[in-house]
Design a protein around this ligand. Structure first.
Ligand SMILES: C=C(O[C@@H]1C=C(C(=O)O)C=C[C@H]1O)C(=O)O
Length: 272
């Protein structure tokens, strides 16, 4: 039995919609990314789509499943900074960070400190734009919370972090990777391999039946079918060479900005 992290956000539906969650080999544990990051680190789950940043913290212990990720080249649509002032004017002001993210929280710091030369103060808060704006000048939201806040058309600047990252680096951005502790390979290699196959099959099926996913998203959060169709054209759920380049660029910058204590090396299993 492999306990896997199930992320309930719409951006992960292409991974989970057709995954047989009652399969005898798997148990699904639902949480936001930071929940899975913590659960994988302390052994409460065996595998999850964790924040790419969390892989960077644990790269010596974890392996990444090839050809799986949550990535975009440019716009994401659901990793957004809502700001009362332009990004360049945030120096010395307060930015509220959602407590559900690790990758985007550190991407925010890289974009502000390294590329915009502004250093604000940070607050970590639960994802609620109104409450964040009561205490801060800008707010980072991810996933469905970001989509819901944007659909209300708040009267503020909105920055898409995938777009900002592309503007400054020319690279794609990988937000999540599927990782597991390498030590599981000594006794549970076959189970991991079997779950990996299920994940690849679930993803392949979803990409052929994206209309089912679009209808589900509309039922969950509203918005038009065109909105959701456009949302999913941004995403790439694979991890080919060009996405690996962007992921390495992000992890290298995290290390150079002292957000990570060592420079991560990506290790994949199964090896290709
Ligand atoms: C694309 C998204 O990516 C998510 C962002 C994450 C993070 O910032 O740590 C982690 C997992 C991803 O699924 C999103 O939430 O919109």
């Amino acid at each position: 039995m492999i306990r896997i992290g199930h992320n309930p956000n719409t951006n992960m539906l292409p991974m989970f919609f057709f995954l047989q969650k009652d399969h005898p080999l798997l148990e699904a544990v639902t949480a936001e990314p930071t929940g899975h990051n913590a659960m994988l680190a302390d052994g409460r789950i065996d595998m999850a789509p964790i924040s790419a940043f969390s892989y960077g913290e644990h790269w010596k212990e974890y392996a990444i499943l090839p050809n799986l990720s949550v990535s975009t080249k440019g716009r994401v649509g659901s990793i957004l900074i809502f700001s009362k002032v332009p990004l360049k004017d945030l120096h010395g002001l307060t930015v509220a960070l959602t407590d559900t993210s690790a990758t985007s929280v550190n991407l925010t710091k890289i974009l502000l400190h390294h590329f915009n030369e502004v250093v604000p103060n940070y607050l970590t808060m639960s994802a609620n734009l109104q409450e964040m704006f009561a205490k801060a000048d800008a707010a980072l939201l991810i996933g469905d919370a970001a989509i819901q806040a944007a659909l209300l058309h708040p009267d503020c600047y909105i920055y898409d972090l995938g777009e900002e990252w592309l503007k400054y680096t020319g690279c794609s951005m990988t937000y999540a990777v599927w990782a597991f502790p390498k030590k599981l390979l000594t006794e549970r290699k076959q189970e991991i391999q079997a779950i990996y196959q299920l994940l690849l099959e679930a993803k392949a099926k979803a990409l052929c039946h994206i209309e089912n996913i679009i209808e589900t998203c509309q039922a969950m959060l509203g918005g038009t079918q065109d909105f959701w169709r456009d949302y999913f054209t941004q995403f790439n759920y694979g991890l080919d060479h060009s996405f690996v380049l962007g992921l390495n660029k992000y992890l290298d910058l995290c290390f150079e900005q002292n957000l990570l204590s060592s420079r991560p090396v990506l290790e994949f299993w199964p090896k290709e």
